[in-house]
Design a protein around this ligand. Structure first.
Ligand SMILES: [Zn+2]
Length: 286
């Protein structure tokens, strides 16, 4: 495995300390902006190859992990978007096999997807989606002020150029367009992958690995900083549940946790978020 050292993806400084006291050394927190990121991280050549050929190796992963397990969340997120924008042009970044865009295709939206995986991009293309088989910063989309909606679901943390990606999205969006981001909940991601809960469920102290293609962990605070560099801001936050997988009992626990988190989030006026995921609605700043 090849490694590379990087600057903070938000403020481009090299001033970070170990994030978790008994956790892995590569997970660091920037002393300037507070972003938690991987340094060193896997070389981007290796990560690109991973996403083109290995991340989605076959139809099984496409249909199960990126389709069925997330079906409920994707439907809920599509409904939130359509309540705000009933028709138009949509761009989905990391669109996999096009499961999410199918909700829009059937209503006559103009659907475009960006997807590095060859297997997934071919599947999405067969559905009638205009596809760029690439990561966003290399996709020659060539349109400005064109899209009513851009979605970047559960994928931004894989990007080696997140601020540039957001700047590009801002250019692609119409002035009244919206960016929708689905990201892991910060508290949930740490608690689930490090410490007693991880030990109890996975029989190991931490799931954070240097080999992981997850390059950073965003909180609402650090996301706000990243968006502001691209001239964007958060307009609203909706909570989301973890992928619905495993036994009926596991699905029931997942659902109960989600409903509990929503209640706590609402009662605390949005200040306590323990949910597995957050769905952010973002707009351009005038
Ligand atoms: Zn920083």
């Amino acid at each position: 495995m090849k490694l590379e050292r990087v600057l903070c993806p938000i403020c481009s400084k090299d001033d970070a300390g170990k994030f978790l006291p008994f956790g892995p050394d590569h997970l660091v927190r920037c002393r300037t902006c507070g972003l938690v990121y991987s340094n060193p991280r896997r070389s981007m050549d290796e990560v690109s190859e991973f996403f083109e050929e290995k991340y989605i190796p076959d139809q099984k992963k496409l249909k199960r992990e990126l389709g069925a397990w997330r079906a409920e969340s994707l439907l809920r997120e599509a409904e939130i978007i359509k309540a705000m924008k009933p028709a138009g042009a949509i761009l989905d970044i990391g669109c996999a096999g096009g499961h999410f865009l199918e909700h829009f295709l059937k209503d006559g939206w103009e659907c475009t997807g960006v997807e590095p995986s060859r297997v997934a991009a071919e599947e999405a293309g067969r559905k009638g989606i205009r596809i760029f088989q690439s990561v966003l910063n290399q996709a020659d989309i060539g349109l400005s002020d064109h899209f009513d909606v851009v979605t970047y679901l559960d994928t931004l943390f894989f990007s080696s150029t997140p601020v540039d990606d957001l700047k590009k999205i801002s250019r692609l969006l119409k002035n009244d367009g919206r960016l929708f981001l689905d990201l892991p909940g910060f508290t949930y991601r740490i608690a689930r992958n490090y410490g007693p809960l991880c030990l109890l469920i996975d029989r190991r102290w931490t799931n954070f690995k240097l080999t992981s293609p997850h390059l950073f962990i965003l909180s609402t605070r650090t996301l706000r900083k990243m968006l502001s560099q691209a001239g964007m801001e958060i307009e609203a936050v909706h909570l989301e549940q973890a992928p619905a997988r495993g036994s009926s009992l596991m699905r029931l626990i997942n659902r109960a946790h989600y409903e509990f988190c929503r209640l706590l989030f609402n009662l605390s006026g949005g200040s306590i978020n323990l949910a597995a995921k957050a769905f952010y609605v973002c707009r351009k700043i005038d």
